[in-house]
Design a protein around this ligand. Structure first.
Ligand SMILES: [Zn+2]
Length: 468
């Protein structure tokens, strides 16, 4: 497509040169023209003012100054002075196959209508690609295909199947894989079912994580881990591709003294942080292992902030709860992971929060590829809304806004292995784009000032998506 365009432009130029001196590239067909916009292209380079971006079908076919081009009547032109054009956002931790709860457990089959609502909401908030990090295997693949086939409107989905863990858990789609054979069989089953990657969970011991990585890679599948029993350091050395969440919480990262007093519960995480030496040898060794093995990290800071501030009206009475399916919000009201925390626990957790941000900043400073994920629909994590809260928390960690925007776009594409065709604004890439009314470099909260979302070259108004 791109080559053809260049060739046709060239031929036209030859014709033009024989008669006159007009060197402008002519588009007579039905292109979408985004005119006079400031481009923040996701590569990390500074914003480029007064750009005109030409989209044909689902691709970006030209980028230049408005005067470089001539458009025919079939072109649709959006004049965008004062606006900012970014690649579509990639939520790398979005449980988009919504499982309803019953008696404190999640039903192992997804609610299609609730899932469709979540997908539309994500789009309205500029998310054009989502990594679904756990799903009943058949459901995850079915929803992905429904979106890919145009049957359901939503971000492009890359999905895991059922999560591999030592035992099962009450709050999600888990499969018990207590032996090497069980791990291999489950990976083979999911590969045959068509998942995009394998997810391994907190209770898997090192040897089983190693086997999962080996088996998945043999099937051409990446592995992402929510690790705890196996340290991030070991998982990195086994060749895991991605680790999700903001801290490993493994006892191995504490010095011997405090390690003895550590209980690996949700409340125990406060103690873990209080006793963690961010500049100690264990964390240093971990950072080195992650960097050397090119592991990407998806901190999902918002999934922790909502726990540490789980007593705060900003989350309990968030004005945008209506954007999450009602049954989900009802579930949050019935109980969260911090149900047993006292006022004192919350106070201590908030005091320890800078260590979570400090760990994220150290990952960033070490050049480890970070991505942005919300972990919707964990308690108080609202589809779309929370993705932008995540960007704010990454900025709070001390990451400059331009880098946060790269984390939210290009880095996600790299971690998914789709960077050849998505994640940045470049000729030949998919036209998954977001138009902002205000500058996100001035204030990262401006990522919410969305005027248009483009998915594969089709433009949508956020308010229309939310109204449906
Ligand atoms: Zn999750």
């Amino acid at each position: 497509m791109t080559r053809w365009l260049m060739l046709s432009g060239f031929l036209w130029l030859m014709v033009a040169l024989s008669g006159c001196v007009d060197e402008r590239i002519r588009f007579d067909d039905a292109v979408l023209v985004l005119k006079d916009v400031t481009v923040i292209d996701g590569t990390g380079q500074p914003p480029l003012p007064e750009q005109t971006v030409v989209v044909r079908e689902d691709r970006i076919v030209a980028i230049g100054k408005a005067g470089d081009f001539v458009f025919g009547d079939a072109a649709e032109v959006l004049d965008l002075p004062g606006r900012y054009l970014l690649p579509g956002f990639i939520d790398m931790h979005a449980h988009v196959t919504i499982l309803p709860g019953e008696d404190g457990r999640l039903i192992p089959h997804y609610d299609r209508a609730a899932s469709e609502q979540v997908l539309r909401t994500l789009m309205a908030f500029g998310v054009t690609t989502a990594r679904n990090p756990a799903a009943p295997t058949a459901d995850g693949v079915e929803l992905r295909e429904a979106v890919a086939g145009g049957e359901v409107l939503g971000p492009r989905i890359f999905t895991a199947g059922t999560v591999l863990d030592r035992g099962t858990r009450p709050f999600g789609p888990f499969v018990a894989t207590p032996t090497e054979e069980a791990v291999r069989e489950e990976v083979q089953k999911q590969a045959a079912a068509g998942v995009d990657f394998i997810k391994v969970y907190a209770g898997l011991p090192p040897r089983l994580v190693e086997v999962a990585v080996e088996e998945a890679h043999a099937h051409g599948l990446r592995v992402i881990g929510h690790m705890q029993r196996t340290t991030w350091t070991d998982a990195a050395r086994f060749g895991i591709d991605a680790i999700t969440h903001g801290a490993p919480w493994s006892p191995e990262y504490l010095d011997e003294g405090p390690r003895a007093g550590y209980r690996p519960t949700m409340k125990g995480r406060i103690y873990w942080l209080e006793n963690l030496d961010l500049d100690g040898p264990q964390i240093e060794e971990m950072l080195t292992a992650l960097a050397e093995n090119n592991v990407t990290i998806d901190p999902t800071l918002i999934a922790y902030h909502t726990k540490f501030w789980g007593d705060d009206p900003r989350y309990l009475n968030h004005p945008e709860h209506h954007l999450a399916p009602a049954m989900i919000v009802e579930g949050w009201r019935q109980g969260t992971f911090t149900f047993d925390w006292t006022g004192d626990d919350y106070t201590r957790a908030k005091a320890a929060w800078p260590k979570v941000l400090g760990l994220t900043k150290r990952l960033f400073d070490r050049g480890i590829l970070l991505t942005a994920g919300s972990d919707l629909p964990n308690p108080w994590v609202i589809p779309g809304v929370s993705f932008h809260e995540e960007l704010q928390l990454l900025a709070d960690a001390g990451i400059p806004p331009l880098d946060v925007l790269q984390i939210a776009t290009a880095n996600g594409a790299r971690a998914l292995g789709i960077d050849a065709e998505a994640g940045t604004i470049e000729v030949g890439k998919r036209a998954d784009l977001v138009v902002l009314a205000a500058n996100p470099i001035d204030d990262i909260r401006n990522t919410r000032s969305i005027e248009w979302v483009m998915l594969g070259g089709v433009a949508f108004k956020p308010e229309r998506l939310l109204a449906e």
